[in-house]
Design a protein around this ligand. Structure first.
Ligand code: CAA
Length: 257
């Protein structure tokens, strides 16, 4: 039983919803800890192949860290605060299964950051994304200074981080911050379509693709290529490769396990 999130499972999809609509789903410490627990549960549940993360209501995905918790925060407390959030986002990024962010409104500060830790981002037309921390006198603390430039390039990331301005969904799609923009009424359906397409594929291959891209991007091209070759080798130890290749040759649909 969680206080601030909703968790649901309709195999092959797991749903996690931040549920503090009165504060536009701002992330307080309790919510971060609950999300960690829920994502760990999804990671260990073989029936869940893809997770969809969203926010309650029609106005906001996540409006950032809960600013009320910043009052009286000591420098060391703030460092711990950032590290706790970063741990959650690393967990999401390295879950071993894809996480789709269904951005149904404001994704600001920690909200934009948690979306960036997801594998794929789909936004509704009313979504607004931004890193407004400098307007509060602080800086992004849940990975914004690192993941945003990796996703959209240094110049565009600087523009968002230094002006603190929100951008709309169309602009977010233009700069590659979200994969696509859809009307709010079809946001969940669109995310579920992507999730189902992924869930049809071989689960081990999906896991290795995530690892190759995520770990590869953090190192040199040569290291990334070596990792890819290793994982390409490793995946050949799976029954699913035999099944996938035979199914192609026998002109039938594969049944992955
Ligand atoms: N923390 C705590 N409460 C928040 C919040 C947040 N991040 N965002 C919104 N709320 C609360 C408001 O205080 C308000 O509560 P009350 O009704 O009790 O006053 C309620 O949610 C509704 O918000 P508004 O009345 O402000 O709604 P609006 O439509 O006028 O504005 C908004 C919406 C532009 C998103 C505005 O709420 C806003 O600017 N929110 C703060 C966004 C922000 O700065 N996020 C970054 C936080 S810092 C961070 O995330 C650091 C990090 O990297 C980890």
């Amino acid at each position: 039983a969680y206080e601030n999130i909703l968790v649901e499972k309709k195999p092959p999809i797991g749903y996690i919803t931040v549920n503090r609509p009165k504060v536009l789903n701002a992330l307080n410490i309790k919510t971060v800890l609950e999300l960690m627990d829920a994502f760990e549960g999804m990671a260990n549940d073989d029936e869940v192949r893809v997770v969809i993360l969203t926010g309650s209501g029609e106005k906001s995905f996540v409006a950032g860290a809960d600013i009320k918790e910043f009052q009286n925060l000591s420098p060391d407390g703030a460092r711990q605060y950032a590290m706790r959030g970063q741990k959650l986002l690393n967990l999401i990024e390295r879950l071993g299964k894809p996480v789709i962010a269904a951005i149904n409104g404001y994704a600001l500060g920690g909200g934009c950051e948690i979306a960036m830790a997801c594998t794929i981002r789909v936004a509704s037309e009313n979504a607004k994304l931004g890193q407004p921390e400098v307007g509060l006198g602080l800086i992004p603390g849940y990975g914004g200074t690192q993941r945003l430039p990796r996703l959209v390039g240094k110049g565009r990331a600087y523009e968002m981080i230094l002006t603190g301005r929100h951008i709309d969904a169309t602009r977010a799609e233009q700069i590659g911050l979200v994969n696509k923009v859809v009307p709010q009424a079809s946001l969940m359906e669109e995310c579920e379509n992507i999730a189902k397409a992924i869930a049809k594929q071989a689960p081990l291959a999906i896991r290795y693709c995530l690892e190759a891209v995520d770990r590869g991007l953090n190192g040199s091209l040569d290291d990334g290529l070596a990792l890819e070759a290793d994982l390409f080798g490793l995946v050949f130890g799976s029954e699913d490769v035999k099944e996938g290749v035979s199914a192609f040759i026998e002109k039938r649909k594969p049944e992955f396990r």
